[in-house]
Design a protein around this ligand. Structure first.
Ligand SMILES: [Zn+2]
Length: 215
């Protein structure tokens, strides 16, 4: 009973968390199928954590736009399967994506190497119809970006032993029907989103009793 009550309380607080603006900085707009699959996968990965996202195309931003919480997601090269695969650049970071840091601090700015993601999918996507391949890269991007968002939102470079937050994702991990965070990471993210929500909560009006969480 107590566990049920705590769980219900946590979910109701999670539902109040303000969305984080994901500023999508890409060399060209993603095809519709890729964008749909990418967003769906990311929303699914964070579904039970309390975090929600809005999607902002950097090319359409206006100077007066401002967002209380934002993360910049910069895609290098085109994230699609219907154009010739770009050459993977030699040297530099070999990761599919990485988050910028200042010392130990994780910055809300990540880069995704789409050429490397496409290259990893080459074998598993071979022979599939184009629509399925576009859906596949969207799903892969959702998992790669979810992995980096885990670092940004927890403020830690640490990894999990399994799931999306494990140190490296294989081609099978990128396209398998279901891959999420393990319960441990979902819990950690839910705690972070609740803490963020508490800091955003307005102060109670004069004479109004403070809630338990405000004490
Ligand atoms: Zn990582």
């Amino acid at each position: 009973m107590w566990i049920k009550f705590v769980l219900l309380s946590a979910l109701s607080v999670c539902a109040l968390a303000s969305p984080i603006a994901l500023i999508i900085d890409a060399p060209s707009p993603m095809p519709r199928e890729v964008a749909f699959s990418f967003r769906q996968e990311l929303d699914q990965a964070f579904g039970e954590t309390g975090y929600r996202f809005t999607w902002i195309d950097r090319a359409k931003m206006r100077p007066e736009d401002s967002f209380p919480d934002l993360v910049v997601v910069r895609f290098q090269s085109e994230c699609r399967m219907d154009t010739p695969t770009p050459r993977v650049t030699a040297g530099g970071p070999h990761a599919l994506a990485w988050t910028h840091r200042t010392g130990q601090e994780m910055l809300p700015f990540m880069e995704v190497d789409c050429a490397r993601v496409r290259n990893m999918l080459r074998v598993v996507a071979n022979g599939e119809p184009m629509a399925a391949r576009q859906e596949m890269i969207g799903r892969a991007l959702g998992r790669v970006v979810a992995h980096e968002l885990y670092h940004v939102l927890t403020g830690s470079p640490a990894h999990a032993v399994a799931g999306i937050a494990q140190p490296s994702l294989s081609p099978a991990h990128l396209v398998s029907p279901a891959l999420g965070f393990t319960p441990r990471e979902v819990n950690l993210l839910a705690q972070r989103s609740m803490a963020a929500e508490r800091t955003q909560a307005p102060l109670p009006a004069a004479g109004e009793p403070a809630s338990d969480s405000a004490r």
